[in-house]
Ligand binder design. Sequence first.
Ligand SMILES: [Zn+2]
Length: 259
Amino acid sequence: MKKILSVILVVTIFFSCKTEPVEEPLYDSTLVQVSVIDALLQGFYDGFFPIYKLKRYGDFGIGTFHGLDGEMMMFNDTIFQVLSSGEVKIPNDTIKTPFAAVSPMVSSKTISLSTFNFNQLKEEFDSLFPTRNIFYLVKIKGNFSHVRTRSVPAQQRPYLPLVEITANQPEFEFENVKGDIIGFYCPPYAQGINVTGLHLHFLTADRTGGGHLLEFELENGQIEIGNLLHYHLILPEQGDFLGGDFTLDRTDELEDVEK
Ligand SMILES: [Zn+2]
């Protein structure tokens, strides 16, 4: 069945008005993103968008915090912060993010999985997902025999590029754990704007561990895939971003950062 898929790119400049602007309602299947990945790669870690505002756009998402202080997971409307110590906390709502992506928890397809790992998810992508050319929400819930994650330590100015920070990233291993993988798939044409392909974070079911996902071995569980057909981008009005160089191809840097 052919579907006409429309990806609407709406760029919203984030104004620091004294009165809150009236916000347009968004479609349910909208991926809402704060800043772009090439800004984070350049070391633009100053938060500019308060995390309580992310909750207006969805109950599911990933990102980071002001100064790159850990990995963010938004799950069932709660925002979790995995610090570089491995500790998980619920951050103050007024903390700002320099980069995040959220959406409502839409579910277009659920598939049961057993003995399944990250490489299989990448290799068998075309049998699980209808196309590589739209955005998806991805959630995998289940029992994992092994998970490896990382977080990043909070940074002070002058900020180093992301690739230099992740070279010394603290990593965490989990064995025989229940949990949730949370994240998004972005199509190839999103290069520079977001991580193309899969960008996933992990949170244990008891909410005591997690981070940016590097490896997983699922024993059994299920994957939920949500088709996201609309895109809403929120950019800063001031700060490093305005003087950034967005002409470079940072694909190789991003590949190093994601490992
Ligand atoms: Zn991440």
